[in-house]
Write a protein that binds this ligand. Structure first.
Ligand code: COA
Length: 201
């Protein structure tokens, strides 16, 4: 019985992950701040539709401060947050927020506009689920997306996650409170990243 959940594992022991075709997930650091903030600045209108923190990210210093907290979470083993690059070029972020007590995690992510539409996030999420289940001993992965965020929901559906219902007005976005669709996959139902991706075709 795991009364206290599994031991925390530092992200640095799991990352980087090489996904092939030049796609690499590295532990997020403050060194990513400049690239990330450049995309936020250039793409505010697109990103703020679905991400609650965009309007508050007003400067490079704010971005850097946020990444300091991400580094701390990664180092404490309660997060597995990765920066996605293809052939060295910044694509975006994907990360697990880990609840050790219940051996579950919630995935969050975003991509720059130029990285959208290439399957980068579906592959990144699958790789983080593999790492979470196999390397971190987690039991359940959750993905929550605004009901209207069809691109995000498509990732859950492509990976065969179960739709478990709607959390009403659970997130405040620029447009106001939105309902969140909740998807999850349990370790015994996860076929592994390779099989999950192969199923996508
Ligand atoms: C949500 C978000 C990450 C989805 O990005 P995405 O590019 O649609 O997702 P993927 O990287 O998995 O790519 C899937 C697309 O690539 C295509 N694709 C190409 N090769 C693929 C492959 N090998 N595997 C899977 N999909 C592939 C798919 O057909 C799909 O394109 P389509 O929607 O035109 O059919 C992106 O839209 C985003 O950053 N949005 C703003 C922030 C946001 O909403 N974050 C989530 C909050 S819950």
């Amino acid at each position: 019985m795991h009364l206290l959940g599994p031991e925390p594992v530092q992200a640095a022991r799991v990352l980087p992950l090489d996904l092939g075709e030049g796609l690499v997930l590295r532990a997020t650091t403050t060194g990513d701040a400049r690239d990330a903030f450049a995309v936020v600045e250039a793409e505010r209108e697109r990103l703020r539709e679905w991400l609650p923190w965009v309007d508050g990210t007003t400067s490079l210093a704010v971005e850097r401060d946020f990444l300091v907290s991400v580094e701390q979470v990664n180092a404490a083993g309660v997060g597995l947050h990765a920066t996605i690059r293809q052939d060295g070029e910044f694509c975006g972020f994907a990360g697990l927020r880990i609840d050790l007590m219940h051996r579950s995690a919630e995935i969050g992510y975003w991509l720059s506009e130029r990285a959208v539409g290439r399957g980068i996030m579906t592959r990144s999420v699958a790789a983080l689920f593999d790492a979470g289940f196999i390397r971190l001993g987690l039991h359940r992965m959750e993905l929550l997306a605004a009901v209207g965020n069809t691109r995000s929901r498509a990732i859950a559906e492509r990976l065969g996650m179960s739709f478990e219902g709607v959390r009403r007005e659970a997130e405040e976005l620029a447009s106001g409170f939105v309902d969140l669709a909740m998807y999850a996959v349990l370790v015994q139902d996860w076929p592994g990243a390779e099989a999950a991706i192969a199923r996508v075709g």
